[in-house]
Every structure is written in C-alpha cells, then in structure tokens.
Design a protein around this ligand. Structure first.
Ligand code: GDP
Ligand code: IMO
Ligand code: MG
Length: 423
C-alpha cells in the first residue's frame, strides 16, 4: 500500500492542516517529515479551532497512528505544551503517537541563537519564527546535534552541557550571551516527559506498517517556496519542504510514493521577509488579509497578501510531481469584482517568461496579470460542487489548463465540512 504526500505549494499556511484532517479518515498513519514548531497547522471541526505545531494533524482520529519523523526538529517544551492542550480538550493521544529517536532536539540555546543570528543580519532579516529551527538544522548537518534518542543515554546531561558551551562561543562571536538559565528547568522537565513517550526507530515502524498494507499520509510543513534548495534563498526555512523530504524525513523509499497533494490558496500569502512578486501593498491586499484572517498561526504576525502566482505554482508542481491540487480559501475572494492571476513575468526589456526568475531578477521583473471576473457569491454555504458559480468554475478550469494538474478539492471555509470534492 502506498504513501501519499501532502505539501504546500506556496510560502506556507496554505491550509495543509485542514486538508490532512479532511483526508485522514482514509489513512492509517499520518507522519510529519520535516520542520518543527515554526509550523502552525489549523484544524476546525465541531465549532472548535485547534492549532498544531509539532503534533501530526491526524491526532484527532482515534484509529490513526501519528508519527513525528526523523526529519523533524522537536522542541520538547513546546511539544509538552501542545500535548497538554490536547489532553485538556479530552483527546487521548498517548497510544497513537510515536516519535523518531533520530529527530533532532531543539535546545533553549538554539532558540537563543536564532534570535542572535537574526539580530546580526541587520536589514536583511529572514523573518524567522525564532523557534530555533535554523540553528538546530545547522547542528544536524554539522553533525553536532542532539537527537531524541540521546535523552535515553546516561550521559545526556553532559552532551547537553557540551552543546550549550559550543553555542555560547557562537553567541560570543556576536558579543552576546545565551541567557537561557531560566529556561533550563522547564527544558529538563520536558525532557523527563519526553522519556515517557513512545520513542522508536520510526523508519522501521513505517516500513513494517507499509508491509502490512497500511496507508500512510506524509504531512509536509512550510511550503515549496520556503524549501532550503529551491525556495527564495536565503529567505527560506532550513529543511527540504518538498516531496523528496518525505523520503529522507521518514525513511521511506521513493517507490512507495503514490499521490502527491499540492495545497495552494486561491491567492497567495507570505509571512517573513523575502521576494513576493505578486504582493499587493494597497487596499486590495488589505481586503484579502481581513477576509482571509491572514495573521500567522504561530507568531500572530500579519501575513503579506497578493494574487496567485502561476509561474511559481508551476515550479512547485514540477519539483513535487503534484498529482492533484487542492485550492484553498476560495471563499476569501467572494467579494471581489475582479480577480488577477499572474501568468508571466516581464523583464525590463519587455521580454516575458513563465519560469520563476532567480532571486536577483525578481527585484527588477514585473508580474503580468490576466484578469478574470469574480463570482460575487457566498461560497461557505455551498455543499454541492455542481452549484459552484460559473466564474469560479472558469477560474478553476483556467488554473487546471495552465498548471496541467487537476484541482480535486475546492475549500470554501475553515471547517472540515466546508470542502467541495470535485472528483
Ligand atoms: P497550514 O500551515 O498550511 O496548515 O495553514 P494555517 O493553518 O497556518 O493557515 C490556514 C488558515 O486558513 C487557518 O486559519 C485555517 O483555519 C484557514 N482556512 C483553511 N481553509 C480555509 C478555507 O477554505 N477558507 C477560509 N476562509 N479559511 C480557511
Ligand atoms: P506552516 O507549516 C509560513 C517562514 C518564516 C520565515 C522563514 C524562516 O504553518 O505552513 P524559520 O523559523 O523556519 O527559520 O523561518 O520561513 N515560515 C513559515 N511561513 N508557514 C510556516 O509553516 C512557516 N514556517 C516558517 O516566517 O520567513
Ligand atoms: Mg501555518
């Protein structure tokens, strides 16, 4: 049985959490393969909104095993808080949650370094969530990181002290101190808690489940345009956010991958710094922000808003081998007379391209738009895909033709029931 992978096609916050929740009933396992507490995945059902950061979004379904894979960077303190919140809401997660012993640990000193590094960047800040993601992946790749499995070793405390000493020298380079003493007691009590969970070699667990015919949904975090290799570098996150990351982040061979769900908003947002060619700095951008409640699920920061960018989407689709697209938040555009779609970019000399330009070129190139009529219909009430307004059908059709991938879901509200399955 296969592994299906769900990835964001833009700069994150496309609605991945909602879709994992919608698709979960047809899977046996949901597995997170990268990222960490920088993610904020929102699920809404029965009138309650849940925001998950590190816990996979299948946790609300009692029949589903939830796996935090080796590609994830895990903050034990944030994790315990998240699980406590689930307990308070009556969710019985304990038997259904497995954590890779090979996942990397985010230490308080990683969070401190994230802040120090950002400050040192002056005017070219990444806009990091300051959760310690970059410094933790730096340690992983530098082969100096601490992994979840290390907390079971007798000399864990010593390894921790060595890591902190190393981090202190990095902070000193910027004439800063880590100032983490007050956080350490909480960190160690969260480590104590982590020791009570199901820590295992999840690559074996997942491959055994595959052999038993179980179906796995791999849940991506962030978005393809934040990918460490293919995103708008250096304004990216520090992990492989594309489908390939599911193989390395879970220990699953490519031959097992079947469907690839690409999640995209009907428009586009970005939080943090970096190029965003279709960004709207006017009242239209503000209208999208308000209608879409575009404020970060993790940091509360206002998201930058703009029109959908088809060259960028086509690029993400190519990198991921997307087999179907889920078009999210269509209802946010309900009130618009006119909707713009970026189909090309234009160089200063008038030449056009439908490739996503390099970072340097993006400064000087202008998006070229096609205008389409808005649907001026309240979509949230719709339950029958046949009843979609003609203008929205035309919008969907245009995107499908341009992107050469079917759109199988149109989402028209945050709740799991506000989901129209087109095929
Ligand atoms: P994720 O990080 O990709 O899981 O996305 P986030 O949860 O960070 O952001 C998506 C936001 O849009 C959340 O507040 C969702 O509740 C909300 N949302 C998801 N789908 C829809 C939709 O179709 N319509 C509207 N209006 N909101 C949606
Ligand atoms: P989900 O999974 C949107 C952005 C940050 C910053 C850059 C690097 O909810 O879609 P980091 O903390 O990773 O070093 O920040 O990446 N970013 C996200 N933007 N959604 C996310 O996750 C994000 N995770 C990181 O804003 O620009
Ligand atoms: Mg999010």
């Amino acid at each position: 049985m296969p592994v299906d992978v769900l990835v964001g096609l833009q700069w994150g916050d496309e609605g991945k959490g909602k879709i994992v929740d919608v698709l979960a009933p047809t899977y046996d396992v949901v597995a997170r393969f990268q990222g960490g507490p920088n993610a904020g995945h929102t699920l809404t059902f029965d009138g309650i909104k849940h925001v998950l950061h590190q816990v996979p979004s299948g946790i609300f379904h009692p029949h589903i095993l939830n796996v935090v894979g080796n590609g994830v960077v895990l903050d034990p303190f944030v994790f315990r808080q998240e699980l406590q919140k689930l307990t308070d809401r009556g969710i019985d997660w304990a038997a259904n949650l497995y954590i890779s012993k090979k996942a990397q640990l985010i230490l308080p000193s990683h969070r401190a370094l994230d802040r120090i590094n950002e400050e040192a960047r002056g005017g070219s800040k990444i806009g990091s969530t300051l959760k310690g993601i970059g410094p933790t992946y730096q340690d992983k790749i530098g082969r100096t990181g601490l992994r979840v499995g290390d907390i079971l070793l007798p000399d864990f405390d010593q390894r921790y002290q060595e890591a902190v000493a190393r981090h202190a020298t990095l902070a000193a380079f910027h004439n800063q101190k880590l100032e983490i003493e007050e956080l350490e007691a909480d960190f160690f009590s969260a480590i104590e808690f982590l020791r009570t969970l199901q820590l295992t070699d999840t690559e074996y667990l997942l491959n055994d489940l595959l052999k038993q015919g179980k179906k796995i949904l791999a849940e991506g975090a962030q978005g393809s345009l934040l990918d460490i290799d293919f995103g708008t570098y250096p304004y990216v996150t520090s992990s492989s956010t594309i489908v390939a990351g599911a193989c390395t982040g879970l220990g699953i061979a490519p031959k097992h991958i079947d469907k690839v769900y690409g999640i995209s908003k009907a428009y586009c947002t970005r939080v943090g710094s970096g190029p965003f060619p279709t960004e709207l700095h006017d009242e239209v951008g503000e209208q999208i922000r308000q209608a879409g409640r575009e404020f970060g699920s993790t940091t509360g920061r206002p998201r930058r808003c703009g029109w959908i960018d088809l060259p960028a989407l086509r690029y993400s689709i190519m990198l991921n081998g997307v087999t179907e697209i889920h078009l999210m938040k269509a209802d946010v555009l309900d009130e618009f007379d006119e909707i713009h779609v970026c189909t090309h970019y234009e160089y200063p000399n008038g030449q056009q391209t439908d490739h996503l330009p390099d970072y340097g070129d993006l400064q000087t190139m202008k998006p070229v738009y096609k205008s389409m009529p808005g649907w001026k219909t309240e979509l949230q009430q719709l339950t029958d895909p046949q009843a979609l307004p003609g203008e929205l059908k035309a919008y969907v059709q245009f995107l499908e033709q341009y992107l050469e991938v079917p759109i199988s879901i149109v989402s028209v509200g945050p709740d799991r029931v506000s989901t129209l399955h087109l095929s």
